[in-house]
Design a protein around this ligand. Structure first.
Ligand code: TMP
Length: 212
């Protein structure tokens, strides 16, 4: 155990932006530096959270109300914070999280049109003061992103949305980045993988320099 709280890094972006590949770059980087980290994801990350994820992603005969969707992502998050994120940070570890609450502002807020204020209230209720230290947002034209996502196989409940939904999601992320430039770095995911990796590593170096 150390007295120093760990570092909370989140990776965000709409469908098909290449999060999985880029997360590998991030974890390799941390391993090379001997940094102790926990890699996790939302919705999910815990046994119960993964069950909620299944509920959220599956296509059901009965349509899911937008409020149900919102409460489910926060229910999974409450469990995730309690079981994984908070204990890891308290132990001085890095937490690398594939999506977090910015996804809720982007998908349920900008995408579905739910109230940003309500989402903010739930955020405070579930997280208290806890926010990511650094958020990397992979940005890509949704036409390209959805093409990549549909090549991966069967589409989940979110991936079946219209292109206009993904345009709103993208804009939602860009709005967050503009409002919080200290925390968020936008990375152009249309560049070559090599260049995206360089941009990611530069953003990580900058993040690290703030805490060391
Ligand atoms: P993923 O496989 O990219 O993690 O996909 C999870 C899906 O869940 C993705 O379409 C975005 C969606 N999502 C939300 O709508 N709200 C949220 O708060 C989170 C974390 C994810």
């Amino acid at each position: 155990m150390t007295n120093k709280r760990g570092f909370f890094l989140t990776l965000e972006g709409a469908e098909g932006v290449g999060k999985s590949t880029n997360i590998e770059f991030i974890t390799q980087y941390l391993e090379q530096r001997g940094i102790d980290y926990v890699l996790t994801r939302e919705p999910g990350g815990t046994q119960l959270g993964e069950k909620i994820r299944e509920l959220l992603l599956a296509v059901h005969e009965e349509s899911m109300s937008e409020l149900t969707e919102l409460l489910l992502v926060f229910a999974a998050r409450a469990q995730h914070l309690d079981k994984i994120i908070e204990p890891a940070l308290a132990a001085g570890k890095w937490v690398v999280c594939d999506r977090f609450t910015d996804a809720t502002f982007a998908y349920q807020g900008a995408g579905r049109g739910l109230s940003m204020e309500t989402i903010g209230e739930l955020e405070s209720m579930v997280q208290g003061e806890l926010r990511p230290d650094l958020t990397l947002i992979l940005d890509l034209d949704p036409e390209i992103g959805m093409q990549r996502a549909s090549n991966r196989g069967e589409l989940d409940r979110f991936e079946r949305e219209q292109m206009s939904f993904f345009r709103h999601v993208r804009q939602g992320y860009l709005d967050i980045a503009q409002a919080e430039p200290e925390r968020c770095t936008v990375i152009d995911a249309a560049k070559s993988l090599k260049d995206v990796k360089l941009d990611l590593l530069a953003a990580l170096e900058q993040g690290l320099s703030k805490i060391t």
